[in-house]
Design a protein around this ligand. Structure first.
Ligand SMILES: [Zn+2]
Length: 503
């Protein structure tokens, strides 16, 4: 990374690498022997049909809501050999077909297979029958053919055993996308590391996008997680940052349970130091490397304040922990309950809030609302989360650092004189800068215009509506505009230039 540049020069360099150029019990029984019970997603029937007979016969028949299918559940038993950089995984994947039509083929996402020898599958079977399943690996896809198609409400549990050979995270380069998954000398990151189910649409089937050079391309339906993680052969005691706090923990084993989550990420290091606090029952932690205490504490403070602000402005966050992790690579990246911040931001921190450490901390915190709770198809409509999180930076500065709002607009947005249509897919932009300018920067300008046009009260009410109405879902732009009572026609009339429809 060309850090020698000064002033605005390094701003340019930095943005290029910033957003994913693209963001126990030792005798515990293996989790696969005790699958999670199905998640109940509606109120118990007793609430709909009270047993007490009313004294006056005011008969009102309350129809129960139709049963929602249970979320997919992943029970993952993983042993990380820190010396070999290998993870042995036994995983149970339980799901009910998300379609009324028979399903002949299941496609699971196997991101580690994108790396050489990254993913070696040794067992794949129907857990109930013990029957081996037919499978084929193609890039990041594991296709499973079903001799007997699955029909509505017929759940299936797949037992998979595989080994991950972790790749080394390469030093930053101008020609390749920063890599998060893998290890460095002082950090191991497990992100998108297990088998998971993409969304399913009746017409399109399994929704999987090809990897993109910049921007994200994964789409995460909610799922329930049980993760048992063990570290062996580590010469030093490690600290583990994860999507959620462990429910059980010993020196080398961690057991997690988290329902309704987008994904489950882990970051392991023997060098981590931790600053943490609890706010309204939510544990907020900042993991940093030695000699970065000042930065680690600044990250904690801004994450706490951002959490409080966004809870007030957007809505309550159904999470019990948020972890900010100093990345041992030059990138920032969001996951459910956990985000990475480029080590470059820690190095450049000058003790003021006019810099990327502050700005990106509050950006990544906002992803817990826009990405985690309200998700979007990151490949097709990346602006839905990125524009909102960039605008959330502005809201943060407005509330806590009002003397720096103008600085923020200039250095973050207007300096670049951003152009471009904001709602294109990640594959449609000609390079990272064009993508960033349109999606993040013009996206924020569009939200500012929307706010000015509507007025503060309707604007913030609209954001809250969008959040509340789309919790747990994968939202599309129509959901966003609908939350503000705007039709597509009105949006195009007023703000057509942002959407490539100059009137
Ligand atoms: Zn972002």
């Amino acid at each position: 990374m060309r850090l020698a540049k000064t002033g605005i020069g390094w701003l340019v360099v930095f943005f290029i690498g910033m957003f994913g150029v693209g963001c126990a019990n030792p005798t515990v029984v293996p989790l696969y022997e005790s699958p999670t019970p199905e998640r109940i997603t509606q109120s118990p029937l007793v609430e709909a049909f009270p047993t007490a007979v009313p004294s006056t016969p005011t008969l009102e028949v309350i129809q129960p809501e139709p049963l929602q299918p249970a979320l997919p559940s992943y029970s993952i038993d993983a042993v990380y050999d820190a010396a070999q950089k290998k993870v042995n995984v036994t995983q149970l994947i339980t799901f009910t077909p998300p379609s009324t039509k028979p399903i002949h083929e299941i496609t699971l996402i196997a991101e580690p297979n994108r790396y050489t020898n990254g993913f070696v599958l040794s067992r794949l079977e129907n857990q109930a029958t013990g029957q081996e399943l037919d499978w084929e690996l193609q890039g990041n896809r594991l296709k499973i053919g079903l001799a007997d198609p699955l029909t509505d409400q017929q759940s299936l549990t797949i037992l998979a055993e595989y080994t991950l050979q972790l790749p080394e995270i390469p030093p930053p380069s101008d020609t390749s996308k920063p890599q998060i998954f893998g290890y460095t000398q002082r950090q191991t990151n497990l992100v998108d590391w297990y088998l998971w189910l993409p969304p399913y649409e009746d017409e399109a089937g399994w929704v999987i996008h090809p990897p993109s050079f910049f921007g994200e391309y994964t789409v995460y339906p909610m799922a329930d997680f049980e993760v048992h993680f063990e570290v062996i052969n580590s010469p030093r005691q490690v600290i583990v940052a994860a999507t959620s706090s462990p429910v059980e923990q010993t020196q080398n084993e961690w057991k997690y349970r988290l329902d309704s989550a987008r994904n489950f990420a882990l970051s392991v290091s023997a060098d981590f130091q931790v600053a943490e606090t609890e706010v309204e029952g939510v544990k907020i932690s900042s993991y940093y490397f030695p000699l970065y205490k000042r930065q680690g504490e600044a990250v904690l403070q801004h994450t706490v304040q951002a959490y409080q602000l966004y809870s007030e402005l957007f809505g309550e966050l159904p999470r019990s922990s948020i972890s900010a992790v100093q990345a041992d690579f030059m990138d920032g990246m969001e996951f459910d309950g956990l985000f990475f911040l480029s080590k470059g931001f820690y190095d450049l921190y000058d003790g003021t809030d006019r810099g990327y450490l502050t700005l990106i901390t509050v950006h990544e915190t906002a992803h817990q609302w826009w990405y985690t709770v309200v998700a979007n198809d990151q490949a097709q409509h990346p602006w839905l989360d990125e524009a909102l999180c960039t605008y959330a930076e502005r809201l943060y500065y407005e509330r806590f650092l009002s003397e720096s709002v103008e600085w923020w607009w200039y250095y973050r947005v207007n300096f670049y004189q951003p152009t471009g249509v904001i709602d294109l897919s990640v594959y449609d932009y000609k390079g990272y800068l064009a993508y960033r300018d349109a999606v993040y920067l013009r996206g924020a300008l569009f939200l500012e215009e929307l706010r000015k046009e509507l007025g503060d009260e309707p604007f913030f009410a609209g954001l809250k509506n969008y959040y509340t109405e789309n919790m747990g879902k994968i939202a599309v732009p129509q959901d966003f505009f609908g939350a503000f009572d705007l039709t597509e026609q009105v949006v195009l009339e007023k703000w057509g230039s942002y959407f490539g429809r100059e009137q």
